[in-house]
Design a protein around this ligand. Sequence first.
Ligand code: ZN
Length: 144
Amino acid sequence: MPKVVSRSAVSSSTDAQPTASSAAALRVYYCICGEFVLVIDKSLASLPRRKTDNAIIVRAQDSDDGKARVFKLNAKVGDPVLIERDGGHERQFRFQCSRCSLTIGYQTTPPPVKSAPFLYILSGALSQVQGQVPADAFDGQNDE
Ligand SMILES: [Zn+2]
Protein backbone atom coordinates (compact mmCIF):
# COMPACT_ATOMS: atom_id res chain seq x y z
CA MET A 1 0.00 0.00 0.00
CA PRO A 2 1.43 3.43 -0.86
CA LYS A 3 2.27 5.57 2.09
CA VAL A 4 0.08 8.63 2.37
CA VAL A 5 1.92 11.69 3.63
CA SER A 6 -0.35 14.59 4.25
CA ARG A 7 1.07 18.07 3.89
CA SER A 8 -0.72 19.30 6.95
CA ALA A 9 1.05 16.71 9.08
CA VAL A 10 4.44 18.03 8.01
CA SER A 11 3.87 21.69 8.73
CA SER A 12 3.01 22.68 12.28
CA SER A 13 3.24 26.39 11.65
CA THR A 14 -0.51 26.84 11.70
CA ASP A 15 -0.86 25.19 15.09
CA ALA A 16 -0.06 28.39 16.93
CA GLN A 17 -3.44 29.93 16.21
CA PRO A 18 -6.14 28.11 18.12
CA THR A 19 -9.16 27.97 15.88
CA ALA A 20 -12.28 25.93 16.20
CA SER A 21 -11.19 23.61 13.45
CA SER A 22 -7.67 23.00 14.77
CA ALA A 23 -8.95 22.44 18.30
CA ALA A 24 -11.26 19.73 17.06
CA ALA A 25 -8.64 17.98 14.96
CA LEU A 26 -7.02 14.98 16.56
CA ARG A 27 -3.36 14.29 15.89
CA VAL A 28 -1.98 10.81 15.71
CA TYR A 29 1.60 10.01 16.67
CA TYR A 30 3.68 6.95 16.01
CA CYS A 31 6.77 5.41 17.53
CA ILE A 32 9.76 5.29 15.16
CA CYS A 33 9.01 1.56 14.75
CA GLY A 34 5.66 2.50 13.24
CA GLU A 35 3.47 1.52 16.17
CA PHE A 36 0.54 3.82 16.93
CA VAL A 37 1.25 5.42 20.29
CA LEU A 38 -0.70 8.60 20.90
CA VAL A 39 -3.78 10.43 19.73
CA ILE A 40 -4.17 13.96 21.07
CA ASP A 41 -6.24 17.07 20.43
CA LYS A 42 -3.25 19.35 19.89
CA SER A 43 0.05 19.19 18.06
CA LEU A 44 2.91 18.11 20.32
CA ALA A 45 5.06 20.72 18.60
CA SER A 46 2.88 23.46 20.04
CA LEU A 47 2.95 22.22 23.63
CA PRO A 48 5.34 23.57 26.28
CA ARG A 49 8.49 21.68 27.22
CA ARG A 50 10.25 20.95 30.48
CA LYS A 51 13.41 22.90 31.14
CA THR A 52 15.06 19.88 32.72
CA ASP A 53 14.97 17.35 29.87
CA ASN A 54 13.09 19.12 27.06
CA ALA A 55 10.23 16.63 27.35
CA ILE A 56 6.88 17.74 25.96
CA ILE A 57 4.36 18.57 28.66
CA VAL A 58 0.87 17.16 28.19
CA ARG A 59 -1.59 18.36 30.79
CA ALA A 60 -3.47 15.28 31.97
CA GLN A 61 -5.74 16.77 34.61
CA ASP A 62 -7.88 19.87 34.79
CA SER A 63 -6.53 22.55 37.11
CA ASP A 64 -6.75 26.29 37.72
CA ASP A 65 -4.00 26.76 35.16
CA GLY A 66 -5.80 25.08 32.33
CA LYS A 67 -7.86 22.22 31.06
CA ALA A 68 -6.50 18.76 30.45
CA ARG A 69 -5.67 17.81 26.89
CA VAL A 70 -7.82 15.16 25.32
CA PHE A 71 -5.55 12.26 24.52
CA LYS A 72 -5.14 8.52 24.57
CA LEU A 73 -1.81 6.83 25.11
CA ASN A 74 -1.26 3.38 23.67
CA ALA A 75 1.75 2.12 25.61
CA LYS A 76 2.91 -0.42 28.12
CA VAL A 77 4.28 0.39 31.54
CA GLY A 78 8.03 0.24 32.02
CA ASP A 79 10.17 0.14 35.12
CA PRO A 80 10.14 3.24 37.32
CA VAL A 81 13.44 5.09 37.45
CA LEU A 82 14.93 7.66 39.78
CA ILE A 83 16.35 10.75 38.09
CA GLU A 84 18.64 13.25 39.81
CA ARG A 85 17.43 16.80 39.55
CA ASP A 86 18.66 20.03 41.04
CA GLY A 87 17.58 19.94 44.65
CA GLY A 88 16.51 16.33 44.79
CA HIS A 89 15.30 13.29 42.94
CA GLU A 90 12.40 12.68 40.65
CA ARG A 91 10.70 9.34 40.24
CA GLN A 92 9.59 8.62 36.70
CA PHE A 93 7.08 5.94 35.83
CA ARG A 94 7.87 5.23 32.23
CA PHE A 95 5.71 4.30 29.31
CA GLN A 96 7.11 2.23 26.49
CA CYS A 97 6.09 1.41 22.97
CA SER A 98 4.09 -1.80 23.12
CA ARG A 99 5.93 -3.18 20.08
CA CYS A 100 9.62 -2.18 20.40
CA SER A 101 9.75 -1.14 24.08
CA LEU A 102 11.28 2.23 23.31
CA THR A 103 10.64 4.62 26.18
CA ILE A 104 8.31 7.28 24.87
CA GLY A 105 7.30 9.18 27.98
CA TYR A 106 6.73 9.20 31.69
CA GLN A 107 4.73 10.58 34.54
CA THR A 108 5.63 11.14 38.17
CA THR A 109 2.99 8.93 39.76
CA PRO A 110 2.35 5.21 39.29
CA PRO A 111 0.11 4.18 36.37
CA PRO A 112 -2.54 4.38 35.04
CA VAL A 113 -1.99 7.24 32.63
CA LYS A 114 -3.54 10.51 33.82
CA SER A 115 -3.09 9.69 37.52
CA ALA A 116 -0.52 12.51 37.52
CA PRO A 117 -1.17 16.16 36.60
CA PHE A 118 1.11 15.86 33.58
CA LEU A 119 2.27 13.29 31.10
CA TYR A 120 5.69 13.94 29.62
CA ILE A 121 6.58 12.83 26.11
CA LEU A 122 10.28 12.44 25.43
CA SER A 123 11.65 14.84 22.85
CA GLY A 124 12.00 13.15 19.49
CA ALA A 125 10.31 9.91 20.53
CA LEU A 126 7.18 10.23 18.39
CA SER A 127 6.48 11.11 14.79
CA GLN A 128 3.31 12.21 13.05
CA VAL A 129 4.31 10.25 9.99
CA GLN A 130 4.30 6.51 10.35
CA GLY A 131 7.74 5.00 9.78
CA GLN A 132 9.59 8.31 9.73
CA VAL A 133 12.22 9.27 12.29
CA PRO A 134 11.22 12.63 13.79
CA ALA A 135 13.40 15.62 12.95
CA ASP A 136 14.34 16.14 16.58
CA ALA A 137 15.12 12.48 17.34
CA PHE A 138 18.74 13.28 18.08
CA ASP A 139 18.17 16.50 19.97
CA GLY A 140 18.76 16.60 23.69
CA GLN A 141 21.37 13.88 23.77
CA ASN A 142 23.21 15.77 26.49
CA ASP A 143 21.21 14.17 29.28
CA GLU A 144 21.69 15.68 32.67
ZN1 ZN B 1 8.05 1.25 18.86
